[in-house]
Design a binder for this molecule. Structure first.
Ligand SMILES: [Mn+2]
Length: 244
């Protein structure tokens, strides 16, 4: 048996080739697996589960077909699609996960997360994240008319582009201290995340109370000309790119 993990597809109407690659991935690959984990930023933006946009609706239908076929589909929020809610889950057949999710992959304990909470050097982003994820604010935002939410989403994307283009690589990547603290708090030595668009398989030493242990941080890549997937099986965890 196999489980697949993906993240950061950033699906949007402007990049139909990525959407097509995702459809093929679901049919040709995910359908033969036990489970699929989507670790956030599946969509470039999500303005609400009531959005009738063609892209959202077709992805919901494809995920539903997959889960109806017996594949368990799990979704963990990214910073782009954190507004995905219960209606999406119901219609797509996805199980929504909390922002830190511990899972047992064929005997190996792994922590799953989107990855933005590890980028603690980016103080400005962490502040904005706390504000935007405020439950009260989110509830109020969900009540705004669809048109208003569409406008806010466009503005937000422009702002994010302008802000990230000014930040150094160091600030935009994970903080190794936060990585270590998170692993220790969760009592595991392996984590998988996305978000940074820096795919990689990092091995390092983790100082625990009972001595030094081997740790591993696997990073999924964003989808474009290439897609990225991690395959979990009894043979272990494997990160691989594939042409889209
Ligand atoms: Mn992200």
């Amino acid at each position: 048996m196999k489980t697949l993990l993906i993240s950061d597809l950033h699906l949007s109407p402007e990049r139909p080739a990525v959407t097509a690659a995702f459809s093929r991935f679901l049919k040709d690959r995910a359908s033969h697996c036990e489970a699929l984990y989507i670790l956030g930023d599946l969509f470039e933006a999500w303005i609400g589960d009531d959005d009738p946009a063609e892209l959202s609706q077709s992805v919901i239908a494809e995920l539903k077909a997959l889960s109806d076929n017996g594949v368990s589909v799990y979704f963990l929020h990214g910073n782009r699609d954190f507004a995905i809610g219960r209606r999406f889950a119901r219609e797509s057949g996805c199980h929504l996960l909390k922002e830190l999710h511990l899972v047992d992959f064929y005997g190996e304990k792994v922590l799953l997360l989107h990855g933005d909470t590890l980028c603690t050097e980016d103080v400005e982003y962490q502040r904005a994240r706390r504000l935007i994820r405020n439950p009260l604010l989110l509830m109020l935002a969900k009540r705004l008319p669809l048109k208003t939410r569409q406008k806010i989403a466009i503005k937000g994307r422009e702002k994010s582009r302008a802000s990230t283009s000014n930040k150094s690589d160091y600030i935009m990547d994970v903080s190794q201290t936060t990585v270590a603290t998170t692993l220790l708090e969760q009592g595991v030595t392996t984590m998988i995340h996305g978000h940074t668009h820096r795919p990689g398989d990092h091995r390092f030493k983790l100082e625990t109370r009972n001595g030094t242990r081997e740790a591993r941080r696997m990073v999924l890549g964003d989808w474009g000309d290439k897609g990225w997937v991690i395959e979990a099986s009894s043979a272990g965890l494997q990160l691989e790119p594939f042409p889209t």
